[in-house]
Every structure is written in C-alpha cells, then in structure tokens.
Design a protein. Structure first.
Length: 87
C-alpha cells in the first residue's frame, strides 16, 4: 500500500515532519485548482468587460496579465496532480 509520502516528489523534504507528532505537510492542490480557475475566469471576464466599456488600456492589460498568470498556475497544479502528488 502506498502512503501519501511515497507518491510525493522524490526530492521533497519536509523539515517539520515528525516534530511533536505532527503529520507530514501536504499541499492543497485541489484548492489551488479551484482558486486558479476562479481567478482565470474572473480576470478574463473583467478584462473583456473593461475592454468593451472603453476603460483605460493599462487596466485591461493588467487584468489580462492576471488571467494569464492564473492560467499558468492552473496548468502547473494540474500537472502536479496528474503526476500523482497528494493533495
């Protein structure tokens, strides 16, 4: 039977593991997927609506950049989940 530690990245080291009986640290990858998806949709819709309303270009570009950052985070986290990391 595999434990969550067996599926983690081989180079991962949790310096607090076992101190005072604490369980090993785990990343909340599913929560990050939900938050990144929400950020992607919210920022993309905001950029689209602001562009249609004639808002300043800098504001539209800022929301578009945030949408791209959320997309990159989403891709990275999904790849980690598919690799089998717990969380």
């Amino acid at each position: 039977m595999t434990t969550p530690d067996d599926r983690a990245r081989p180079d991962h080291h949790d310096p607090t593991r076992g101190i005072g009986g604490a369980p090993p640290a785990r990343s909340a990858l599913t929560l990050r997927i939900v938050l990144a998806g929400f950020g992607l949709v919210a920022c993309a819709v905001a950029a689209w609506l602001l562009a249609g309303a004639g808002a300043p270009t800098l504001l539209v570009v800022a929301f578009a950049v945030l949408a791209v950052v959320a997309l990159v985070d989403l891709v990275v986290v999904v790849r980690r989940k598919l690799r089998g990391e717990p969380g």
